[in-house]
Write a protein that binds this ligand. Structure first.
Ligand code: HEC
Length: 150
């Protein structure tokens, strides 16, 4: 028997290892998709307005300052749970009014405070954004973020 590893054994370990981890990666990806579709989100509540809210969110690049379920920029507050923060789970009407009023009132022009621009959104766009926030809050994130403040 040859000392150490032969060339063909090294090759087999390389290809075998690559194949094994590729298959593992594919299986975990499939599992994530399956979990998202069946457990963490509810497709029935995914209305046209929620979809439109996401489009408004993308058109205005809100993610350049905000994060949504942890992804995005860290200049401004996390918005994945902003519906919860505004009390939407207990009082949806008040949360909707509060969120719309907040977006309409920007910028606050308080010295030394980070500012959010005014986007001049229509009532319909504001409602769609709030629907989008409400839907995002309904995603089962396994209790992330750990605090309501995000
Ligand atoms: C230039 C950066 C910037 C962009 C872009 C931006 N925001 Fe903001 N936003 C902020 C900042 C900063 C705050 C916090 C301001 C404060 O506390 O006075 C904020 C706060 C908020 C809040 C209140 C959060 C809370 O917990 O009270 C909401 C809702 C919000 N933004 C929605 C949006 C939406 C929707 C968009 C896109 C249409 C957007 N923001 C784009 C900077 C931004």
């Amino acid at each position: 028997m040859a000392d150490g590893l032969t060339k063909s054994a090294a090759r087999n370990i390389f290809f075998g290892g690559s194949l094994f981890f590729f298959l593992l990666f594919a299986a975990l990806t499939a599992h994530s998709h399956w979990y998202m579709k069946t457990t963490s989100t509810n497709e029935e509540t995914l209305t046209d307005s929620v979809k439109h809210g996401k489009e408004v969110w993308e058109e205005h690049s809100c993610i350049n300052c905000h994060s949504l379920i942890g992804e995005g920029a860290y200049f401004a507050p996390e918005l994945g749970n902003v519906w919860h923060r505004y009390g939407g789970r207990e009082n949806p009407e008040a949360a909707r009014a509060g969120l719309k009023a907040w977006m309409n009132a920007q910028p606050l022009n308080v010295p030394g405070r980070r500012q959010m621009p005014q986007f001049n959104l229509s009532e319909e766009e504001l409602d769609a954004l709030v629907d989008f926030f409400q839907w995002t809050d309904s995603i089962d994130t396994q209790d992330w973020p750990p605090t309501k403040a995000g």
